[in-house]
Design a protein around this ligand. Sequence first.
Ligand code: DQA
Length: 147
Amino acid sequence: MTDILLLNGPNLNLLGQREPEIYGDLALKDIENLCQQQVFAHNLSIGCFQSNSESELIDAIQQAKLDNVQLIVINPAAYTHTSVAMRDALLAVEIPFIEIHLSNPHSREPFRHHSYFSDIAIGTITGFGINSYRFAIEAAIQHLTTD
Ligand code: DQA
């Protein structure tokens, strides 16, 4: 059983190289390792998956139900602003999730201001760079360990 699933969408495999002034210097692997350490310290388990493909992300969300995942932390990246299909997948599996972004999409181009996920998320954390991941994992741990 995996307690928490960390999902990352398109182009986040390029973290560390991609527009570092916006997204920072750390590679996704480094961020995933930090999240794993944070979760393991609370005797919980975490799985990590990144894809550039919308269909693979949908498959991962559907698989999470079969794997009895308790909570999803997701940075849908550009699919935030386009993907009705990923929204529907999250609604279908009924797994609570936290939406995260490294940048603050609301302070950027208008097309980034709308999210297909925010209104159905437990909450959203945006704009804190890699700390968005740290804060989201902390919130996930609290959600799973408090009555
Ligand atoms: C992002 C914000 C999105 O608008 C963008 O398409 C991304 C990354 C973020 O983490 O800040 O790829 O989700």
